[in-house]
Design a protein around this ligand. Structure first.
Ligand code: FES
Ligand code: FE
Length: 441
């Protein structure tokens, strides 16, 4: 369906209104493959909402930059010569060539590889003799420098995480994140964190929402999809029970926290002092019990403290972030970051890297399992596009479960006892539908 076919779009909106039923936990299968749905997502969801683009430790100096993506659009995330972090569309204002073709670097300015238009680190088209080659003879009538400023996104950070949005107005990052900040603190706010190396990237033939909703709301699959790793002793120490909590955070964000019942925290004792300085008592109590934590910041930033596993006789985990970057209705570019506490002891850093490589990364065994499922779900939804009847998927787990109160779990949101629920998945789809039908910010 083309975006210019208005009647086709209205028919699609009607079909979505009639069939997507988050309250009852029913989501039609066509939404995972339909090109028209994907167009609505690019325009009304990714064109409006906050998106994660990187971590401040990746651009440490004035002039440092990384190239990232906001949905299908390439962006430059740069630290200006005034040290301010900014996000620009990676597109020259002359004829739209990609300005920065490297993954990262450090520059005084960006010079377009096509005709040489040059921009300063604040996105400004540079002055006479610097902005355009042979400017006086090529443009004797002069150039409007303001009109040639790079297209800039609104940019804010939380706990070192850089987010950007194309919406000139609308909610602040703080209000977009809402209650999920409490949980992000556990992940990347518990200490000063740094990215280990550079993010890994790989492409998965899946619709981007399948992994996002998996991280938000699907602890249930682990016992089937991954448990052989523990049963065969390939990954030591992992288990996949229901002990813990399911949290429908609000705003489409969702997560699960797996807990242990040992007296001692599994995190390194050497870091306890730094954690105490940065977290409140409820967060410290929760961190001390964490065995794993998975979640998703709406729409496509997933996070993970993987199940603690044994590497070289030591119990170890880490902090990970994922972007499920849409690259078509059934193609997703995965970006995967591994974080570690800057002041962590060497053993935690070293074994953490091995844990990352073995479990959740391009070579990770858990990723191989998950990818197989997402790819085959997507192929089935492709095929379902041509069926005469509507095939509905089931998101009804835990429909009538009661929520816990603050005396039972200190974190915010609608919290459920045990990890088996799809409440957060249902809210994810309620918020998603609001966006793609109403262009909600
Ligand atoms: Fe960039 Fe021409 S496209 S200078
Ligand atoms: Fe999984």
């Amino acid at each position: 369906m083309s975006r210019y076919d208005l009647q086709g779009r209205r028919d699609l909106e009607d079909r979505l209104r009639k069939t997507v039923d988050p309250k009852r936990g029913q989501i039609p299968m066509f939404t995972y493959s339909d090109p028209g749905v994907y167009e609505l997502e690019l325009e009304r969801l990714f064109g409006q909402t906050w998106q994660f683009v990187g971590h401040v430790s990746e651009i440490p100096n004035p002039g440092s930059f990384i190239t990232r993506a906001m949905a299908e659009e390439s962006v430059i995330v740069g630290r200006g010569d005034d040290s301010v972090v900014r996000v620009f569309l990676n597109s020259c204002r002359h004829r739209g060539m990609r300005l920065a073709c490297e993954d990262f670097g450090e520059v005084n300015n960006w010079r377009c590889p096509y005709h040489g238009f040059t921009y300063g680190s604040k996105g400004d088209f540079l002055g006479t003799f610097m902005g355009a080659p042979f400017e006086k003879s090529a443009y004797p009538e002069g150039l409007n420098r303001d009109a040639l400023h790079l297209v800039e996104a609104r940019c804010e950070t939380y706990q070192g995480l850089i987010f950007a949005t194309w919406a000139k107005e609308g909610p602040s990052l703080d209000s977009h994140l809402g209650n999920v900040k409490w949980y992000l603190d556990l992940l990347v706010g518990r200490a000063e964190m740094e990215v280990v190396g550079h993010p890994e990237r790989w492409v998965v033939p899946t619709n981007w929402r399948l992994p996002a909703e998996n991280f938000a709301s699907d602890a249930y699959h682990t016992a089937t999809a991954h448990s052989y790793l523990a049963r065969m002793g390939i990954v030591k120490g992992a288990d996949f029970g229901r002990d813990g909590y399911h949290v429908d955070v609000g705003g489409g964000h969702g997560l699960g926290v797996g807990v242990h019942f040992d007296e001692q925290s599994y995190f390194p004792a050497e870091l306890a002092g730094e954690y105490e300085q940065r977290l409140d008592q409820g967060q410290l109590d929760t961190l001390a019990r964490i065995k794993n934590m998975h979640g998703n910041v709406f729409p496509n930033l997933s996070f993970l403290i993987p199940n603690f596993v044994e590497v070289d006789g030591q119990r170890v985990s880490g902090s990970m972030l994922r972007i499920w970057q849409p690259a078509g209705p059934n193609k997703t570019q995965v970006w995967s970051w591994h974080f570690v506490e800057k002041s962590a002891p060497e053993w935690w850093k070293k074994l953490g890297r091995r844990m990352y490589t073995q479990t959740f990364s391009a070579s990770g065994m858990f990723d191989q399992d998950d990818t197989e499922n997402w790819e085959l779900q997507t192929r089935n939804s492709d095929a379902a596009l041509y069926r005469g009847e509507e095939l509905m998927l089931h998101y009804g787990m835990g429909l009538d479960l009661p929520t816990l109160d603050a005396t039972e779990f200190p974190g915010p949101g609608d919290v459920y006892d045990g990890k088996f629920s799809e409440a957060a998945g249902r809210t994810y789809y309620k918020v998603w539908l609001d966006h793609i039908l109403n262009g909600k910010r």
